[in-house]
Design a binder for this molecule. Structure first.
Ligand SMILES: *Cc1c(COP(=O)(O)O)cnc(C)c1O
Length: 396
């Protein structure tokens, strides 16, 4: 978008907005809109937003809670204590980690908000922030808004999409204050082992860096449960971790999430938030308690089984069509290399032009995503199978 409101010759647009990386999905968005307008039957694997409704028991709790007068007033900026206690129960049960509900848990209005506000809370202008690439764009945006300097940590398939911490130059490590990590990973679907987290915690300790681990997909997995970085001994001294109800419970529109870990870092983030917002809607917090307490109930477990069935159709179909794919173990993404000789933009464009199937070109997540495309498992089984038949007809 090049237009913005102007008064006379004044452009009401701060220079820092120009520092944001360019939005690279423009071309695919444009083609998708054209195809839909032309009445073509588009199958869209581009959307990273669950297509299924929030489980009924959570909606029911919300419906009751909305009548509770206590929910109609401002809630504490750090979140209701009963929600923070539910987070502590979840953490012990799922990860075996004890948290203090008063100092080590902070409610968020979606984790994007917390991830984006964090640099304002913990870095000074010019401080280096270590950002993985390919990765979720909010790590860079939050850093830019706080006038930090992003240093890219390239992720590659050969290293299992984990950053090579030993390759971070010494002067960069010295100036770095914050490092973002994200496992299970969007867009690559890679998982981190506990031993990688141990290495990261040791690195953060040595260089006095705060790690912000984005665990949005920690409960969307198909085999072994992915760990929390807080399972590492002493991690609370150098780490915070972002969790979200968005993906696990199909609650992206509800805006409810939380951060846990290092008390002083959370208190700094809470200070920024207390000056900008006023805690999530109380009824949403009561619904979140029901969700966390019911996370192993059948309707929640069934969500993952739906993704597993779709994944199997997608993986099987792509292999049959001659693509080499590995089974994602977590997240609802499939990240696969492009056919030999095609870059990610031309692959995604051809699939859209010739098969009416939308995917996301990896280069949109940064240069290190070149050579890959991402499918989201947010399309039902029948349509996924249909898309695979269309792809099988393309020759590369
Ligand atoms: C979806 C997502 C989030 C979570 O977003 P919310 O703001 O909690 O809805 C965070 N990180 C990544 C990598 C995501 O894909």
């Amino acid at each position: 978008m090049s237009t913005c409101p102007t008064v006379g010759s004044t452009s009401w647009r701060a220079d820092r907005l120009g520092e944001l990386p360019p939005y690279l999905f423009v071309e695919i968005d444009r083609k998708k809109a054209l195809a839909k307008a032309a009445g073509r039957d588009v199958i869209d694997f581009g959307v990273g937003d669950p297509d299924m409704p929030t489980p009924a028991f959570i909606v029911d709790r919300m419906a009751d809670a909305i009548r509770e007068a206590s929910c109609h007033r401002y809630s504490p900026a750090i979140g209701r204590r009963d929600l923070r206690e539910a987070v502590c129960r979840y953490f012990v049960d799922r990860f075996g980690v004890d948290l203090d509900p008063d100092t080590e848990v902070l409610a968020l209005i979606g984790s994007k908000e917390g991830i984006g506000n964090l640099p304002t809370a913990v870095i000074n202008p010019g401080d280096v922030v270590l950002v993985p690439e390919p990765g979720y764009p909010v790590y860079t945006a939050g850093t830019v808004f706080a006038e930090g300097a992003c240093h890219t940590m390239p992720l590659s398939e050969s290293r299992g999409w984990l950053p090579a911490l030993g390759e971070i130059p010494a002067d960069v490590a010295r100036r770095a204050r914050l490092m973002y990590l994200n496992y299970p990973n969007n867009p690559t679907s890679a998982c981190a082992t506990k031993s990688f987290f141990e290495e990261a915690v040791a690195f953060a300790r040595e260089h006095e860096i705060l790690i912000a681990h984005d665990a949005a997909y920690v409960d969307v997995y198909f085999s072994d449960p992915p760990p929390s970085i807080l399972e590492v001994d002493g991690a609370k001294d150098v780490c915070i971790e972002f969790h979200s109800l968005s993906k696990t419970f199909n609650m992206t529109g509800w805006r409810i999430a939380f951060a846990v870990g290092h008390a002083a870092a959370l208190s700094a983030l809470a200070k920024v938030k207390a000056n900008l917002d006023s805690g999530p809607f109380g009824a949403t917090q009561l619904a979140a308690i029901a969700a966390l307490d019911g996370r192993t109930s059948p309707p929640v477990r069934e969500q993952v089984e739906v993704y597993r069935r779709r994944r199997d159709i997608l993986v099987g179909g792509l292999r049959k069509a001659g693509w080499s794919v590995r089974d994602p173990e977590a997240t609802f993404y499939l990240w696969t290399s492009c056919p030999p000789g095609s870059d990610s933009m031309s692959t995604a464009s051809r699939i859209l032009d010739e098969a009416d199937v939308v995917t996301i070109p990896g280069s949109g997540f940064g240069a290190c995503g070149e050579g890959f495309i991402r499918f989201a498992l947010t399309v039902d089984e029948e349509r996924t199978a249909e898309a695979m038949q269309r792809l099988a007809r393309l020759t590369w």
